[in-house]
Design a protein. Structure first.
Length: 288
């Protein structure tokens, strides 16, 4: 597996935003003070004006790719045609980081518009390792794998999620993308210890953090959190983020907002708050 190519701009250890279509024209026109941008490569596979806009922005802002369609958790293996198309974009834009989700979305040749969970077993771990190896070989770089949000437990699971991710990183050399909101959502829904989850992740494997909002829904008298990326970051998630910073250090942080997308300034305000908390944690560490 080769290292990242010449010309790749590394991401600063500050907060960036996910670039969404309602904001593209404004970012192109105003060139606001953004630390970095993250995009879904699947939105650019068709070429056209969207790719042209990305070409203009890549010279101004460091960039990361966050894939949603590689189906890393599929027992059928990775779709080589889709992987080849993603590879073409990676070679063209040279993003600083490429990440995917610990999930599957393809079965029997059909793609499902969801990031679906998988049981955590030795068998599924072997399959995910094969898929990660295939992607890293094709892209000639390390990728990051993101922890999912969970709403159920598989009775057949024998490995805790954090341990599954740790072993995946050990076997494949991949990095981890720690989604702090997903940790909070999973912990609340399944009755887990969110801090203990973070502490079980190998700190040296984490190369990026995600933050996002979620919604709370009443289900048969019980509160279920939904990772909908449609609200400001929750106070409990900000607190957990500070613990993540103390554990993983200052790594690039991404603020996601995908539903009910607000004005760009609102999203930038969330990024500024993430940076403020990073600075406060760093100052506390120096004072200790």
């Amino acid at each position: 597996m080769a290292s990242e190519g010449v010309g790749v701009r590394s991401l600063p250890a500050r907060a960036g935003i996910g670039l969404r279509s309602p904001h593209v024209a404004e970012v192109l026109a105003a060139r606001p003070a953004l630390s970095w941008l993250e995009v879904h490569p699947e939105n650019y596979l068709g070429g056209g004006p969207a790719v042209g806009a990305l070409d203009q922005l890549r010279s101004e802002y460091p960039m990361a790719f966050h894939a949603v369609g590689l189906s890393i958790g599929s027992a059928e293996g990775v779709d080589r045609r889709h992987l080849d198309r993603v590879r073409g974009l990676v070679e063209r834009f040279e993003p600083a980081l490429v990440s995917e989700h610990l999930a599957w979305s393809r079965s029997g040749g059909a793609y499902l518009n969801h990031l679906l969970p998988l049981p955590y077993t030795e068998e599924s771990l072997a399959a995910v390792c094969r898929n990660v190896d295939a992607v890293q070989t094709a892209l000639r770089r390390r990728i990051l794998i993101e922890n999912p949000s969970a709403y159920l437990r598989f009775a057949c699971s024998t490995i805790p999620e954090a341990a599954f991710l740790a072993e995946l990183a050990r076997r494949t050399g991949c990095g981890l993308l720690c989604d702090v909101n997903n940790v909070h959502v999973t912990a609340q829904n399944l009755g887990l210890d969110a801090v203990g989850y973070l502490d079980a992740i190998p700190a040296d494997a984490v190369a990026e953090i995600h933050l996002a909002g979620h919604s709370a829904n009443d289900v048969d008298g019980r509160t279920l959190l939904i990772d909908d990326h449609g609200a400001p970051v929750d106070a409990a998630v900000w607190t957990l983020y500070e613990h993540a910073l103390r554990r993983f250090g200052a790594v690039p942080t991404l603020v996601e907002w995908d539903t009910a997308v607000p004005p760009l300034e609102v999203l930038m305000g969330e990024a500024r708050q993430a940076d403020a908390r990073r600075r406060a944690v760093s100052e506390d560490a120096r004072a200790a």
